[in-house]
Write a protein that binds this ligand. Structure first.
Ligand code: PLP
Length: 388
């Protein structure tokens, strides 16, 4: 499969389809023939299986990851006048979901090595809440959304302890971290609720939009199920003002086929990361920094992100060698045109977030990336960076 004249792609969801096409084609046809297209038996079965994977009580399928976050916030009763703390170094979806719920996002800085929420910054913000959020009209701190960015678990033991001290609801953003864990405890099981995205390139991906909320709390799950579909306690009768975020039967049928592969696909991502680490860590000097990993953390490498000076030039030089890389993300959320005048940071700057945005580069990584293609990435980078 490794043709040196073919580009090495940053991600390749089609490869997963090709590996399982017989089963997926059959499941789609079976669903078409079954005639139930929304919230039918495939959704119910996937919800049971995804909950069982996490050893939690409940899973509620949703239309996307953004909607799973929105639904979790609504389920927690969070809305106007409430603040939700998260990071600026994330997919804009995390922040968009907070505003969809009518709440105010308050963004804190990340740790310089893990690129995830810095628990010290979180504690410091909460300690100085009134002063720091005056500009935002002092919304009430209600929840925290740690994001397990790139598949690297956030510092959950520390975040849980701080959140408990301030009675904050914890909603984990697991959109990039299906199957990651901290001390053998899966992400998504540390907080009150967790949101997953099954966007096609995620570690577990559908063939279209899809998402899920998981929780171990029966009360919350009951509330989330109502809110998911117009607040219906029974058909056509709303007991709450709800929304519509349902998981399609076809997507659920496909996710059921793919879920049993999640562990080996994560292992494949980790093998590629190990292959990159083995050579690139040697190159690691002032020019290049490899991803953080540590004992007790099961990193599932949704992205393999290096840091370098002169990132844009090196990205172009890699592209000239047919190695296509990406940047997650080129502009922190608080600096984006629609957010930048809003003072969502509660600090003058988010120094770490702002610095790394110009230095990060996501190398190609996906379960079916061949070792030979990973080697082409390594060779190209070694040549480029080695010359400096
Ligand atoms: C993908 C992603 C989302 C949003 O998921 P969608 O399914 O695209 O709505 C949220 N948060 C993070 C960190 C993501 O990577």
């Amino acid at each position: 499969m490794s043709r040196s004249d073919q580009p090495v792609l940053p991600a390749n969801p089609k490869a997963e389809y090709e590996a399982l096409s017989n089963k997926i084609d059959a499941a789609i046809i079976a669903t078409l023939n079954n005639g139930r297209y929304i919230l039918g038996p495939e959704v119910a079965a996937f919800e049971t299986e995804f909950a069982a994977y996490h050893e939690v009580r409940e899973c509620i399928g949703t239309g996307s990851g953004t909607e799973a976050l929105h639904l979790a916030l609504r389920t927690a009763g969070i809305g106007p006048g409430d603040a939700v703390i998260t990071v600026s170094h994330t997919a804009v979806a995390t922040v968009a979901a907070i505003e969809l719920a009518g709440a105010t996002p308050v963004l804190v800085d990340i740790h310089p090595r893990t690129y995830n929420m810095d628990p010290e910054k979180l504690a410091d913000l909460l300690k100085n809440w009134d002063v720091r959020t005056r500009f935002l009209g002092n919304p009430r701190p209600r929840a925290v959304i740690p994001v397990h960015l790139y598949g690297h678990p956030a510092a959950m033991p520390e975040i849980v302890s701080i959140a408990n001290q301030y009675e904050l609801t914890i909603i984990e953003d697991c959109a990039q971290a299906h199957g990651a864990s901290v001390k053998d405890k899966l992400v998504g099981t540390w907080g009150d609720m967790a949101a997953f995205s099954f966007y096609p390139t995620k570690n577990l991906g559908a063939i279209g939009d899809a998402g899920a909320l998981i929780t171990n709390n029966a009360k919350l799950s009951e509330q989330a199920r109502l809110l998911r579909e117009y607040g219906w306690a029974e058909r056509y009768i709303s007991s709450l003002p709800g929304m519509n975020t349902r998981l399609d039967e076809i997507q659920a049928a496909i996710l059921r086929i793919k879920l049993p592969y999640l562990k080996r696909w994560n292992a494949a991502r980790r093998a590629i990361a190990a292959q990159y680490d083995a050579v690139l860590t040697e190159l690691a000097n002032n020019h290049l920094l490899t991803p953080h990993s540590a004992e007790g953390l099961y990193h599932v490498y949704h992205q393999y992100v290096i840091r370098l000076q002169d990132r844009n030039r090196i990205k172009q030089m890699l592209a000239a060698r047919n190695i296509i890389t990406s940047i997650h993300y080129p502009l922190p959320v608080h600096m984006q045109p629609t957010y930048r005048h809003r003072g969502l940071t509660a600090e003058a700057t988010l120094a770490v977030t702002e610095q790394i945005a110009d230095e990060i580069l996501s190398l190609p990584i996906y379960p079916y990336l061949s070792p030979a293609d990973a080697n082409r990435v390594i060779q190209a980078l070694t040549e480029i960076v080695g010359q400096e």
